[in-house]
Design a protein around this ligand. Structure first.
Ligand SMILES: C[S@@+](CC[C@H](N)C(=O)[O-])C[C@H]1O[C@@H](n2cnc3c(N)ncnc32)[C@H](O)[C@@H]1O
Length: 201
């Protein structure tokens, strides 16, 4: 055992390379993953529900799109593949996750359009057409709220955010909290205990 969490900045667990296979919208993905990142062995079931139920960006979307808490990059890679002209920003605190996302962006032929960054390295003047996240619930409620209050205001005026949260991990209370903060929130889908929230201004 080590003290690492999936949101550790510099995992000390030795990197054990793995591959994760999944399909979204008729496209097959084989992505690199590793110990020390979130859901290293399989596509997370919440992420799977998000990618199945939310509206993927249009083929001609240019973005910029943002994946908050990219992990090894499954959401980023699906967004970049669905919108082959879009720039996708992939943000994570975990260096190993960022390295994997960069490698996976290259695997799906999107290395030139995927910008992998630590949170503080995203240019302050960028407004995002879409924000996607399977957010890190386990960092704690106050920290999660802080994370959302940091990134949701970066939505373009007509932008849309797609979030997935397990109901038993507070999906419905997060929905209520977002409404209290003044966001328009729709429970777009509910499957396998996961809520897919569509958030707009
Ligand atoms: C639930 S995981 C989702 C990972 C990936 N998107 C997926 O679907 O497999 C949440 C991710 O958020 C990252 N994270 C934790 N705190 C963060 C923060 N303050 N800013 C950005 N990312 C953070 C974690 O390292 C983790 O990779």
């Amino acid at each position: 055992m080590t003290g690492d969490h999936y949101f550790t900045a510099e995992p000390t667990t030795p990197a054990q390379p793995r591959e994760v296979e999944f399909s979204v919208a008729g496209r097959d993905y084989t992505l690199a993953s590793s110990s020390g990142v979130f859901s290293a062995a399989r596509l997370d079931p919440g992420t799977a529900v998000l990618l199945r139920k939310a509206e993927l960006p249009a083929h001609d979307a240019t973005g910029p799109l943002l994946d908050v808490g990219c992990g090894f990059g499954p959401i980023t890679c699906v967004l970049a593949s669905s919108a082959p002209a879009a720039t996708v920003w992939a943000v994570d605190v975990n260096q190993r996750a960022r390295d994997l996302t960069a490698a996976n962006a290259a695997r799906v032929g999107a290395a030139d359009r995927v910008r992998v960054a630590a949170p503080d390295d995203v240019p302050a003047d960028l407004a995002f057409a879409e924000i996607w996240s399977n957010p890190p619930i386990h960092i704690g409620k106050a920290e999660l709220h802080e994370l959302l209050l940091r990134w949701l205001p970066r939505l373009a005026p007509d932008g849309v955010a797609w979030l997935v949260v397990a109901r038993h991990l507070g999906g419905d209370s997060l929905h209520r909290w977002l409404v209290e903060q003044g966001w328009q929130v729709e429970r777009h889908a509910s499957q396998k205990g996961f809520r897919v929230l569509r958030v707009t201004r």
